[in-house]
Design a protein around this ligand. Structure first.
Ligand SMILES: Nc1ncnc2c1ncn2[C@@H]1O[C@H](COP(=O)(O)OP(=O)(O)OP(=O)(O)O)[C@@H](O)[C@H]1O
Ligand SMILES: [Mg+2]
Length: 514
């Protein structure tokens, strides 16, 4: 029906155009304008349809594709691609999935609440291509919606909202999540003016694979889910829709894995913020403004990223001796000393980042700090309200081991579990080390061989810890002994001094007497 009507109208329009062309030659400009106005009026009077056009580029947005156009494109590509005869296939960048969309000049129909809607895709080709444009880049594409006039109200108010919402939802479902890292401040200018670089985020860690106490895990999961569903609540209480998490614990206990699991759970992007590459507080603000919603901003090893205040620096200097003994701390310190040159981000800058701009800028964001040394952090940085939830990830306990055994070996129980549980209580082994032991290293390895390997490792670690404790006790005893000796020596020295003093006195006295 519609196609027939439209063909007839097409012929009519062609006739009108032909007459119009002749008129152009013979009729003056003024008269022509009036005539065009009246012709349009007559056509609109007899034409029983309305048309709405959605251009790819809005008039005031030269370089950014219209959001409505993109939503319609997504909607049409999924909901009506079965009916379109000619489709365009695009391979999404960095992935192997193919996205189909309508080819130019193609028409598809859609139905909504019993109303029929026609969509056509088309383009205006400019008479002259600009010298620098690539092939087809200047073409102005658009989608045209056609529906009966009597449905105008429903189509414009209800149907279009449905299309745009659905288009957005499809974008969220199909979008590729990204892992952003900040470029060094000095590289922000010039040809590539991007403050963040990104790659596709494809970390396999999930809350199922994350090994930790199940009760604690549930608490975190509930918190995250609650957060993601609480848009209205945050609005009601006048708080910005953000939440801060502090993850702390020794290296290899799953802090980074948890961040990846959080991103996978909520389908958020990750912004991995390397503070040592940020020149100053102003650049920190710029970085924040350039993040998008539905994202996690991560600052790893916050304690080693910066010398946040003079006060903190003093504290650190006090602890330097201990750093020298601890190989991890020593390594971190070395890296920090090397990298920290040039970054002038301060504690107050970071606090402003979290409280001020952070609260005012965008929504639905998490900020996560990680550290190996929670006690070294400035209390101002981690007080509630800034870091809402403090999560400790610690050495592997029996519950954690059971999750790892299930993930790595697919076993829920085994007679060796009891021995392992006992050994885990007696020694500190990180989940990373336990996982490494559970990984089969050859085709012959089975669950039992892997569990036995873990037992050997645990026994070895236990023995090492025992020897270390003996050594520490020996050194302590030696120091005490040295202390005692030096005390005795001091006492002896004092005694000798006193005797000498006495002697001198006597001498003096003698001298005096004589
Ligand atoms: N709790 C855990 N559950 C599952 N796997 C874990 C866990 N902890 C560590 N692992 C394993 O150990 C590896 C290292 O863990 P991860 O990088 O998350 O540790 P981290 O706490 O971030 O360490 P660092 O403080 O050095 O950054 C991970 O790739 C993962 O395979
Ligand atoms: Mg880590």
């Amino acid at each position: 029906m519609m196609m027939g009507d439209m063909t007839q109208l097409g012929s009519l329009m062609a006739g009108v155009m032909f007459i119009w062309a002749i008129f152009r030659q013979v009729v003056p400009d003024e008269f022509r304008k009036d005539l065009k106005k009246y012709t349009n009026k007559i056509i609109s009077y007899i034409y029983p349809y309305i048309e709405i056009t959605f251009h790819e580029y809005e008039l005031d947005g030269w370089f950014e594709r219209s959001k409505a156009f993109l939503s319609i494109e997504r909607y049409l590509s999924t909901t009506t691609s079965n009916t379109a005869k000619r489709l365009k296939a695009n391979v999404v960048k960095d992935s192997e999935s193919v996205v189909l969309s309508m080819e130019d000049y193609e028409e598809v129909t859609d139905e909504f609440n019993g109303i029929k809607i026609w969509w056509t895709s088309s383009k205006n080709i400019p008479s002259q291509r600009s010298l620098f444009s690539l092939r087809g880049e200047d073409d102005k594409r658009y989608y045209k919606l056609t529906c009966k006039r009597e449905h105008r109200e429903t189509v414009t108010k209800v149907y279009l909202k449905h299309v745009l919402d659905e288009g957005k939802a499809i974008a969220v479902r199909t979008r590729q999540r990204k892992l952003y890292t900040n470029n060094k401040s000095e590289n922000w200018y010039g040809y590539k003016r991007t403050v963040w670089s990104h790659i596709v985020f494809e970390h396999p860690s999930t809350f199922d694979t994350l090994a930790m106490d199940p009760k604690k895990k549930k608490e975190i999961l509930d918190d995250l889910r609650m957060f993601s569903m609480s848009k209205d609540y945050y609005k009601k209480v006048g708080k910005s829709w953000k939440r801060g998490y502090l993850l702390y614990g020794p290296p290899g206990t799953g802090k980074s894995s948890m961040i990846a699991a959080m991103a996978n759970l909520l389908e958020y992007d990750i912004y991995d913020l390397e503070l040592t590459s940020v020149k100053d507080n102003t650049d920190l603000r710029k970085l924040l403004i350039d993040t998008s919603s539905k994202s996690i901003i991560v600052i790893e090893d916050i304690d080693c990223s910066l010398d946040l205040t003079g006060q903190r620096k003093e504290k650190k200097e006090e602890g330097e001796d201990q750093d020298e003994k601890d190989p991890v701390a020593k390594k971190v310190k070395k890296g920090k000393d090397k990298e920290n040159k040039g970054s002038e981000v301060t504690l107050s800058g970071l606090l402003n980042f979290i409280d001020g701009l952070w609260s005012a800028c965008g929504s639905e964001r998490l900020i996560v700090f990680t550290t190996n040394y929670v006690e070294k952090l400035d209390p101002a940085l981690i007080r509630r309200g800034r870091m809402d939830m403090h999560i400790e990830l610690s050495y592997c306990c029996y519950e954690t081991f059971k999750v790892l055994a299930k993930n790595y070996l697919d076993v829920d129980s085994h007679e060796l579990f009891a021995t392992i549980g006992q050994l885990l209580e007696e020694t500190n082994m990180t989940p990373a080390d336990v996982a490494e032991n559970l990984m089969p290293k050859s085709n012959e390895a089975n669950a039992e061989t892997c569990l036995n390997k873990l037992i050997k490792s645990l026994e070895f670690a236990k023995e090492e810890a025992r020897l270390k404790a003996v050594e520490v006790a020996r050194i302590k005893a030696e120091e005490e002994e040295k202390g005692k000796k030096s005390e005795e020596n001091d006492e002896k020295v004092q005694e000798i001094d006193a005797q000498l003093d006495d002697g001198e006195g006597k001498e003096t006295n003698k001298v005096q007497v004589t």
